[in-house]
Design a protein around this ligand. Structure first.
Ligand code: C5P
Length: 229
């Protein structure tokens, strides 16, 4: 099995309250971004990495790629205003087969397991679209103006993560249509769902966290120690 991974890394990470892009924050002995990229560098199935960056961070990104021998990075693409635009820029830059499997993975999720990646690739190969998710553990309610409107049936609720895996042509067409119609999506699955294709769920792990707040950084340090990395 073979795939290309697209890494949107052009965000600002305002919720981390850091003075720099959160992806450059140190997690153990290297920046968060280097951990994430290494997961794919070390995965035999991964053929190439396309990363969306901010132009002003290009030199820093290239320096990280060099320092950590991330030789699978084939392209640094300039991202857009929203994550959706950054992913589309990667899709435009892709020069592989239209039948190829594409993974999109948040640069800010450094703890993804190889077993989850492989399950997603196999499922996308078989069906066209597969996303990583975990069951919601809390009771979840819809609230408006501070008042509960509805309690959702927990057994049907999943918290969606990345990687999200697709056949290239499906994701490209769905993403192009969503942008043309100014449909705002917070993940790639949304554009594919809207396009009308079924998206399959692969059960992931709770430790595949997205580094969003400083509390995540503390948990991230704990996870590194626990895994002996
Ligand atoms: O902000 P959030 O944590 O949801 O971002 C998820 C991922 O998308 C991050 O890796 C971030 O760098 C990336 N992103 C991007 N382009 C944007 C906004 C976010 O590549 N305009």
């Amino acid at each position: 099995m073979r795939y290309t991974v697209m890494i949107p890394a052009a965000g600002s990470g305002k919720r981390m309250r850091a003075s720099q892009n959160k992806l450059f924050l140190q997690l153990g002995d290297r920046p968060i971004l280097a951990h994430t990229l290494q997961r794919f560098q070390e995965d035999e199935w991964c053929e190439s990495i396309i990363i969306a960056i901010k132009e002003e961070e290009r030199l820093l990104m290239e320096a990280i790629a060099k320092k950590f021998n991330l030789s699978k990075i084939t392209q640094f693409v300039v991202g857009g205003a929203e994550r959706q635009h950054s992913v589309h820029a990667c899709l435009e830059a892709y020069d592989g087969s239209i039948d190829g499997i594409i993974l999109v993975h948040d640069a800010a999720r450094p703890f993804i397991h190889q077993s989850t990646i492989h399950e997603l690739v196999m499922k996308a190969q078989e069906t066209g679209a597969a996303i990583a998710a975990v069951k919601v553990q809390d009771t979840t309610k819809v609230v408006a103006s501070g008042i509960v409107q509805q309690t959702l049936p927990r057994e049907q609720l999943w918290a969606i993560q990345t990687p999200q895996a697709f056949r290239y042509e499906l994701l490209y067409n769905a993403s192009k249509e969503a942008l043309a119609e100014q449909f705002e999506a917070t993940d790639e699955s949304m554009v594919v769902e809207r396009y009308g294709a079924p998206v399959h769920v692969v059960e992931s792990t709770y430790d595949n966290i997205k580094m969003t707040t400083t509390a995540d950084l503390s948990y991230g340090h704990y996870l590194l120690k626990e895994r002996g990395e």
